[in-house]
Design a protein around this ligand. Structure first.
Ligand SMILES: Cc1cc2nc3c(=O)[nH]c(=O)nc-3n(C[C@H](O)[C@H](O)[C@H](O)COP(=O)(O)OP(=O)(O)OC[C@H]3O[C@@H](n4cnc5c(N)ncnc54)[C@H](O)[C@@H]3O)c2cc1C
Length: 281
């Protein structure tokens, strides 16, 4: 197997164009598992870790651009104020070693419905920047991820970054697992409140073929929350919000949990995160 190690972004895009069968790698926390278990045998590995541009993030004109090579550890340390939902999700990923190596770009590349970085990005309306030697395109995360472990990345494209506005209000992320750490989510839920726009953003993780935005729950909460007075949502509002989130899920029965359990747990996560977020506000 060839090992390609471009020194900068331009070289990386050229290498990707010249070797469409090469598997990009950053942390390798998904790729190496697949190689070690013999699940794939790419003709080459395209190591991106020398491409410094990919590890950078900046705020420009009120929007954040975060390079695909930013690790969970850095998201927790450097982005906790701007993106508290993503930082909360990052804290639940793997172990310190996995959080040091693993990246949000790698989570996007794997496109697993259980990817913990994905629900906060959906809830905040993030866009993904893809690049190739032909040029650059940007698309909403919901259009980037096309199915379970599938996305619309072309063979000559790389994930450059994601774009998202910094939190305009409280953000929450909550995950159910069979133990406290080193666990794939049984289900998860991300919430983003924007009090100025009176917008509620949501996303369900690990309970469908892709992360799922609970649009009806969002519309319901937007109409019910007391944006002017600030009084807390009542029991009936929280219960209905939970119900609508549970209904939006499309869970299966598998080794990690039953479909019925996932729906129930999502209702609980939705009620809790809405209460917590409103309390913070
Ligand atoms: C022990 C263990 C625990 C884990 N726990 C969790 C967890 O709790 N939550 C969770 O969500 N995940 C978890 N994972 C999975 C993994 O750590 C994450 O998905 C991580 O985000 C992958 O990032 P990476 O940089 O290591 O990606 P890599 O393994 O390097 O790559 C992953 C995929 O993305 C592609 N890719 C990477 N960068 C680019 C790029 N710039 N352009 C195009 N394609 C690219 C690769 O080709 C590959 O398909 C765990 C893994 C292990 C081994």
């Amino acid at each position: 197997m060839d090992f390609l190690q471009p020194e900068d972004w331009e070289e990386a895009l050229q290498a990707r164009a010249a070797h469409p069968g090469a598997r990009p790698i950053w942390g390798g926390t998904d790729v190496m598992v697949d190689l070690n278990f013999g699940r794939e045998r790419p003709e080459a590995i395209l190591d991106l870790t020398r491409v410094r541009e990919l590890a950078e993030w900046q705020e420009d004109d009120g929007a954040l651009r975060v390079g695909a090579g930013v690790s969970y550890t850095r998201a927790i340390q450097e982005l906790k104020d701007a993106l508290p939902g993503l930082a909360a999700a990052s804290r639940t990923v793997g172990s310190p070693q996995i959080r040091n190596r693993g990246t949000i770009g790698g989570n996007l590349g794997s496109s697993s419905p259980a990817g913990d970085a994905l629900p906060p990005l959906y809830a905040s309306g993030a866009e993904i920047e893809l690049a190739s030697a032909r040029g650059t395109r940007r698309l909403p995360i919901g259009e980037f991820i096309s199915g379970p472990k599938r996305n619309v990345l072309e063979p000559d494209e790389l994930i450059a970054a994601f774009h998202v506005r910094p939190a305009a209000g409280p953000q929450q992320f909550s995950k159910v697992g069979t133990r406290n750490a080193m666990v794939i989510a049984v289900c998860s839920f991300a919430l983003d409140l924007d009090p100025d726009a009176r917008r509620v953003g949501t996303c369900i993780g690990s309970a469908g073929p892709t992360p799922i935005v609970a649009s009806e729950a969002e519309a319901f909460a937007q109409g019910e929350l007391d944006w002017d007075g600030g009084s807390p949502p009542g029991e009936a509002t929280l219960a209905r919000f939970g119900e609508l989130v549970a209904q939006a899920a499309s869970p299966i029965d598998d080794v990690r949990g039953s479909s019925a359990y996932r729906r129930h747990a999502l209702g609980v996560l939705a009620r809790r995160t809405l209460s917590w977020a409103w309390g913070e506000l």
